[in-house]
Design a protein around this ligand. Structure first.
Ligand code: AMP
Length: 296
């Protein structure tokens, strides 16, 4: 596996692969890799001729300096895992190398993430999505035409990167977004790099998030189609002394509307703080549970 630090080298290698007629799979990560990331990597390796992964903790998407400082880093272990899972190239970089046109990271021109970004995460983490889109746009421009793999756990993010991929067509960059199922611990807790910061009592509380999503899914399976009552079920089931909910809502994943009450497709979305750690999760209510991958 090649390990590159310079975006120009990354671009050159990807272009040489394409010149040889090879299809590229790409995974953008912030490192501290776990089975969730690896499920994306395995799928990319299976579906493409060459696979590359970025490992970069993007400061543009953190509104809280403490959160950025305490974000787990394990570059050596991450590179080992990438190699073991068949990745052909992993790359990292610095703000300066990704954005050479900016005199300093504060001067980076942020990209508008579009309408889907304005609510939920957009409200609770102002600037988050424009930080995500600004780095993902740069990574897509470096890698070039590819299939890019993202996790459904961060569902709103998948809408935002899809919007970006449509915009990139104007620059003749073709990115196919592939959304992959959420990988969960046996308890149902969605795997996240942030889980490392949870104490045992927090993990027990955090398990309530998946229980609440499942209970809401069961309501859907019992033919409840009313958005407000599905959202109410989600919120009530989430009530727990150690959980502080930012939002818990049911939306139509196809039109992202928060207005229509009768739903023909639905996803439950949760962001909550447990023991000072912010966790997000989502679950399609209208799809069979086998879409979810559980670790055994
Ligand atoms: P991150 O390193 O947290 O920015 O995540 C990189 C990619 O991995 C994103 O597309 C995430 O949605 C995806 N991802 C993170 N956790 C999981 C998980 N538990 N299951 C599936 N994908 C995940």
């Amino acid at each position: 596996m090649k390990v590159l630090e310079n975006p120009q080298d990354v671009g050159k290698l990807c272009q040489s692969w394409r010149n040889d007629g090879l299809q590229i799979g790409f995974i953008a990560t912030m490192g501290a890799l776990h089975e969730g990331h690896l499920s994306l990597l395995r799928r990319a390796v299976a579906e493409n001729d060459r696979t590359c992964a970025s490992i970069f903790v993007n400061p543009l998407q953190f509104d809280d300096p403490d959160d950025l400082r305490s974000y787990p880093v394990n570059m050596e272990g991450d590179l080992e895992l990438c190699k073991k899972h068949g990745c052909d190239m992993a790359f990292s970089g610095t703000m300066e190398s990704f954005f050479p046109e900016a005199d300093n990271p504060h001067m980076v021109k942020r990209i508008d993430p579009g309408g889907c970004a304005s609510d939920l995460e957009g409200v609770y983490r102002p600037g988050f999505f424009d930080g995500v889109v600004t780095i993902v746009d740069r990574l897509f421009r470096i890698v070039g035409n590819c299939k890019a793999y993202f996790g459904e756990k961060d569902f709103q993010q998948t809408l935002v990167v899809r919007h970006l991929s449509h915009q990139l067509k104007d620059s003749n960059i073709e990115i196919e977004i592939v959304v992959c199922p959420t990988v969960r611990a046996k308890s149902g807790l969605a795997l996240s790099s942030r889980n490392q910061r949870l104490e045992t009592c927090d993990i027990i509380a955090a398990n309530q998030i998946y229980r609440a999503l499942k209970k809401t899914q069961r309501a859907w399976q019992c033919s409840v189609r009313d958005r407000k009552s599905l959202s109410r079920t989600l919120r009530i089931t989430l009530e727990h002394p150690l959980i502080s909910v930012d939002y818990a809502e049911v939306r139509n994943p196809d039109d992202w509307s928060s207005m229509a009450n009768q739903m023909d497709a639905a996803i439950g979305l949760v962001a909550a703080r447990v023991g000072g750690v912010r966790l997000i999760d989502s679950l399609r209510l209208d799809q069979p549970a086998c879409k979810t991958l559980h670790l055994t």
